[in-house]
Design a binder for this molecule. Structure first.
Ligand code: AMP
Ligand code: ZN
Length: 438
């Protein structure tokens, strides 16, 4: 069993009343900063008839307007910065709903805040400076790689920036260097575990892992049990999103009963997605975050579209922060495929630019050997179907696959199907078949 360590007991175990006051102060400062420097927030607050002086405490959070992913798209790239560009030291990004990513600018302060949030998560998984942390999340615009890397370095652990892919090499390094903590997506952890077993390696003997921090996509307790058994470790959940900070927004402690939200930096609400009204603890709804210590691109009431519930009953670990349950779904049509956010609208934007195919498509997602697969079925037009050569049609599929790879960032199998073979629906088109069991 891992030893749960509390990285910052003062903040993580603070009296909730005292924390709420601190949150109120930080919220006021954030709102003032946004109102002064970000036209979008100023216009929205003016429209709602709210001035920064009207925000006194956390009780007033509910009066602030929401923000959405579309705001990041419309204000791309720098329209939501609340600090001068010269103060921004880092850009991270993630898929948007169309071809362009959404980006978030971090000041040095923001990078430090994020780093500490990850350090808290790693500590809860037992990480100390004696540990060897293998980071197999992708490094780059995606927050996973750099996020875990920074947190592990802050703790002073030996950090191995493997990035994603190349399973044989991952396992070789894990074995030779004696990695003790693994950071990747839960589906990749399963795949690594299965491959390790197939290679005849024995966890505990050849592989020294003791814990893993897995996130970036939804998973279940069944999947946790499988990973723990395959790798002989404690498997912990970590949650985050680019718009707010990246991984570390919330993390599990040894109790593995909800993820502690780093509430001195981010405030969570659950709302009814249809009405926007706040819902009480223990009720599932849409998760909304407000950052209260970021200065680069702070976000007020950002609607994540993730569905979960919050709980504030005491946790045996001693942390007093509110916990979020597992993400049980989405209020929009975003899919997470191999850890990458995929919107059907991105695929559609590729298809409308291609001659010879009709805008009728279906996305079929599955999980084969612990790895997600995406098949895009697209109808050929009548003309193309009746007149064209096989070589030409193959060229079209390749073109579509290449463009999907460049727009969405993941490989897809493209199947061109005869006209009118994809079922039409009378209401909202059903474009996704997700056969994964998590
Ligand atoms: P990104 O900004 O690309 O890191 O994607 C953020 C999204 O990934 C979140 O809004 C969630 O939908 C999903 N996500 C991240 N971590 C988790 C997790 N631990 N469990 C379920 N979904 C997650
Ligand atoms: Zn706890």
């Amino acid at each position: 069993m891992i030893q749960d360590r509390i990285y910052n007991p003062q903040m993580e175990c603070m009296d909730p009343e005292v924390r709420r006051k601190l949150q109120g102060e930080r919220l006021r400062a954030t709102v003032a900063l946004e109102y002064a420097n970000v036209p979008l927030y100023r216009e929205r607050m003016d429209k709602a008839g709210i001035k920064p002086e009207d925000i006194h405490s956390m009780d007033d959070l509910k009066y602030l307007p929401f923000t959405e992913k579309t705001d990041l798209r419309d204000e791309f790239p720098f329209g939501l910065l609340a600090s001068p560009k010269s103060e921004i030291v880092r850009i991270q990004g993630s898929s948007g709903t169309t071809g362009k990513p959404i980006v978030s600018g971090y000041t040095q302060n923001d990078v430090e805040v994020w780093t500490e949030m990850v350090a808290r998560a790693l500590s809860a998984a037992g990480c100390t400076r004696e540990d060897i942390v293998q980071v197999c999340y992708g490094y780059g615009l995606f927050t996973g790689g750099l996020g875990l890397h920074q947190g592990a370095s802050q703790i002073g652990a030996m950090t191995i920036p493997m990035s994603s892919g190349n399973t044989q090499r991952q396992i070789m390094m894990m074995r030779d260097l004696g990695s003790t903590i693994l950071c990747c997506t839960p589906s990749y952890a399963t795949y690594l575990g299965e491959t390790i077993r197939e290679m005849g390696l024995v966890p505990g003997k050849d592989i020294k892992l003791k814990a893993g921090i897995f996130g970036a996509e939804p998973w279940s307790d069944e999947m946790r049990a499988r990973i723990e058994e395959l790798l002989g470790i404690d498997a912990m959940d970590i949650y985050g999103l680019t718009e707010i900070a990246g991984p570390g927004v919330a993390f599990e402690c040894k109790a593995k009963h909800g993820m502690h939200i780093n509430e001195d930096h981010v405030v969570a609400e659950i709302i009814n997605p249809a009405t926007g009204e706040q819902l009480p603890y223990g009720t599932a709804g849409e998760l909304v975050f407000t950052t209260i210590s970021k200065t680069g691109q702070p976000m007020l009431r950002y609607r994540t579209h993730d569905i979960c519930m919050l709980q504030n009953d005491p946790c045996p670990c001693g942390r007093t922060t509110v916990r979020m349950g597992r993400i049980t779904g989405r209020t929009d049509d975003m899919l997470i495929i191999r850890g990458v956010n995929v919107f059907p609208s991105q695929i559609e934007s590729v298809l409308v630019g291609i001659n010879g195919v009709a805008p009728h498509y279906m996305l079929v997602v599955d999980r084969v050997n612990s790895s997600d697969t995406l098949e895009v079925k697209v109808e050929l037009t009548e003309e193309m179907f009746s007149s064209d050569t096989v070589a030409h049609i193959e060229g079209i599929s390749r073109q579509i696959a290449d463009q999907i790879k460049s727009v969405v960032g993941i490989a897809a199998k493209v199947s061109l199907v005869p006209p009118k073979s994809i079922p039409r629906s009378e209401g909202k088109a059903k474009r996704i078949i997700d056969n994964r069991k998590i």
